[in-house]
Design a protein. Sequence first.
Length: 84
Amino acid sequence: MQNNQTFDQKLVTILKDKLGLEDQELNLQDNLETDLNIGELEKADLFASLEKELNFSIEDKSRLVNVKTLEDLIHLVEENSHEF
């Protein structure tokens, strides 16, 4: 379980850095679009950055459409990461 916490923390740190949210507290229920102001183009760029930095790949890109919250994003990354 410690690996999950470390991985989740790393993911949140990358998100904060990429989105310029260093001073903002993130909540798992935050909606990417409405709470964090991430549009579809930004979401695609964010996923590409996360794949590169966290060394994972989402084979079924259609699943990205269903990612609405920070929690959804974390689950998708965990499901597709080679660390798990």
